[in-house]
Design a protein around this ligand. Structure first.
Ligand code: ADP
Length: 161
């Protein structure tokens, strides 16, 4: 059985992430969405539990996808879960340098291969951080994130205002 990991911070999950997760789920038997819990990504808007809850809601139609947290080296987590592949989305050339370096490092560390899926053009400008910035100032993000996430963002920033 081929298991793939889709790692990220998902703070919060966007339509760009979901597109990659859905497409990965078509090619692998089992997909683990691996939510990073490393401390270097500070300043998160949503707690790990909130991110997990939102992800659950958004992937519930995909029977071969599950959500897990990971800490430390992704390749160790991959080995523990029997995953032989990592799948990442590539938005633009600017993603490429870093992603290539990380893929090569992970290959060297563990033999685990990274596969890249090119973003769907309508999502190539989307990132969680930009979505949060737009939502914070009252912009409409309803075409960029699933409805449950849009609602949660709106609620969060109304509270803050
Ligand atoms: P972000 O960069 O939005 O904070 P993450 O760190 O959660 O997102 O990214 C997890 C993975 O999802 C990365 O492989 C990233 O390239 C991919 N990804 C994020 N947004 C998109 C998008 N709009 N289209 C394709 N892939 C994406």
């Amino acid at each position: 059985m081929a298991t793939a990991l889709c790692p990220g911070s998902f703070d919060p999950v966007t339509n760009g992430h979901l597109d990659i997760i859905e497409r990965t789920a078509r090619h692998f038997d089992d997909v683990i969405v691996a939510v990073i819990r490393n401390p270097q990504k500070t300043g998160s808007l949503f707690t790990l539990e909130e991110r997990q809850e939102l992800l659950h809601e958004c992937v519930k139609h995909l029977s071969n996808v599950r959500i897990e947290f990971f800490k430390g080296l992704l390749v160790e987590f991959a080995k523990e879960h029997g995953a032989s592949s990592i799948v990442k989305g590539l938005r633009a050339v600017s993603d490429f340098d870093y992603e290539l370096q990380m893929a090569q490092m992970n290959q060297r560390l563990s033999g685990i291969d990274t596969f890249f899926i090119s973003t769907s053009p309508q999502y190539s400008f989307l990132s969680s951080s930009l979505v949060k910035e737009v939502a914070r100032f009252g912009g409409d993000v309803s075409t960029m994130v699933p409805p449950v996430v849009a609602e949660r963002l709106q609620g969060r920033f109304v509270q803050e205002a």
